[in-house]
Design a protein around this ligand. Sequence first.
Ligand code: NAD
Length: 258
Amino acid sequence: MYKRQVIGHLRDHKVEVLINYLPVGSQLATEFYAEICIELGISLVNCIPVFIASDPAWEQRFIDAGIPIIGDDMRSQFGASIVSQMLQELAFERGHHVKAHIQRNVGGNTDFLNMEDKNRLKSKKISKENVIRAQNDIRGISTEDSFLHAGPSEYISFYGDNKVANFRLELEGFMGAPVIFDAQLSVQDSPNSAGVVIDAIRYVYVARELGLVGALRGPSASTQKTPPQQMMFSDAIMECHALANRELTESTKKQLKK
Ligand SMILES: NC(=O)c1ccc[n+]([C@@H]2O[C@H](COP(=O)([O-])OP(=O)(O)OC[C@H]3O[C@@H](n4cnc5c(N)ncnc54)[C@H](O)[C@@H]3O)[C@@H](O)[C@H]2O)c1
């Protein structure tokens, strides 16, 4: 009954893009809406850490239905993930070995409250660590002797929508010279992701106009923590700009509807 109502509502409003902002850990509810997107030809922007765009089986179903999607798990405009990515990239580009990269987050909104439930937290932690680990993988640098940790660490109601992230990087530079980097970032969590989501909606909409299908590589890498293909920041941005200018790249040519 509920499914029929949702379908009716989406049809009545001629919805072309559906944004998934369900509570963290909503596996079945996300799959429910993903199924409906496939049925109705709606593009999904999956902003939560339930793996759809980055799951090849799910992606294939969107390809078969002729729909572009973006996912998974939104990155904020200036949040902990993009800062961690840039720090990891900087360390590697300047020839350092990363001994440890630790990112800890505290906040007081519903998302942090939900993550007190360890079952809901699991996929978020994987997704957050993917951002850092990906920069090793792209460059073929082993993570074996690096301690990588990223995740929400505590719910403190007083913080409200303010999220505070702490970063600690321990590096080895030329001739093993030690480098310690400690920093703190304080942001208002909700609006920090809103602008990025608007970009994602625009990218997926242009992709629909161009006849692209499946999980968009560049826009997913730029706007999400767990995309189907992780990229360096500069490559992801180049893909996004090309799409915004309606130019096809080697990556998007492969995604043209057959
Ligand atoms: N900076 C950010 O805000 C950010 C960044 C990355 C990822 N996310 C992810 O976005 C999601 C939402 O974050 P939030 O802080 O807005 O969480 P939230 O808990 O405040 O909001 C979730 C919303 O989903 C609604 N909801 C619950 N069950 C539903 C259902 N079955 N159908 C329709 N709606 C339902 C709730 O009423 C609520 O409005 C989380 O999964 C979070 O991890 C947020």
